[in-house]
Design a binder for this molecule. Structure first.
Ligand code: SAH
Length: 213
């Protein structure tokens, strides 16, 4: 698991590209420069790890495109020690970016193979989310709620009610909504009963699967 000066150079270039594509949050760009994305991919993809592309990981899933990771992370406006829930741990790359931004991260994955693999990988890289949990993201994590932010990294056909309920007042839920393709959607909780909705254009994700554990 080597992380060389060449990798650092490629990460700096990737961060520059993301800045050109409109990412402005310095905290996000720093995290992109820090996290060794090549170590989250199967070694056959290592040479391409710093291209702005999604790649296959285990269990027919994908590691999100860096722009998508950066875009969702920027929408969350993470402050140090914010309590963030991630749905869809996958490779752990998005988890690592949130940790590097100073968040206290809880993350859920429903594919056992990925859950096991990523639970082992993160500590090896010195990345320590608060909890990595095997379970169904549609339910959220009521026992650790409320959260400052919730990020869903798979395409959801609808907004799961439990996720809205587990958001602090002032907190943000960032969720790609739709079946074939998704509209990046952000809900901000205004008070106990009201949410403000913002939409940010089209993205593509693997589906958020329900009841299939
Ligand atoms: N954040 C990941 C993206 C992985 S793709 C990364 O950076 O690599 C989306 C992930 O969501 C997949 O790993 C998939 O297995 C997971 N997923 C799909 N439905 C889920 C559900 N109901 N609960 C938890 N995870 C789910």
């Amino acid at each position: 698991m080597k992380n060389t000066a060449k990798h650092q150079g490629l990460r700096n270039q990737l961060a520059k590209l993301l800045e050109e594509k409109g990412i402005t949050d310095k905290n996000v760009l720093e995290a992109i420069k820090t996290i060794p994305r090549h170590l989250f991919l199967n070694s056959s993809f290592e040479d391409f790890a710093y291209q702005d592309k999604a790649f296959p990981i285990a269990a027919d899933q994908t590691i999100s495109q860096p722009y998508t990771v950066a875009f969702q992370s920027q929408l969350l406006e993470v402050k140090k020690e914010d309590k963030i829930l991630e749905i869809g741990t996958g490779s752990g790359y998005q988890t690592a970016v949130l940790c590097a931004m100073g968040a206290t991260v809880y993350t859920i994955e429903r594919q056992n193979e990925l859950f096991k693999k990523t639970s082992l990988l993160l500590p090896k890289l010195g990345i320590r989310p608060k909890k990595v949990i095997f379970g169904d993201g549609y339910k959220g994590l009521p026992e650790f709620a409320p959260f400052d932010g919730i990020i869903v990294t798979a395409g959801a056909p609808f907004i799961p009610q439990p996720l809205m309920a587990q958001l602090k007042v002032g907190g943000k839920l960032v969720i790609p909504l739709g079946e074939e393709h998704q509209i990046m959607t952000m809900l901000i909780r205004k008070n106990e009963t009201q949410f403000e909705k913002h939409e940010f254009g089209e993205f593509r994700f693997v589906p958020l699967l329900e009841n299939k554990n």
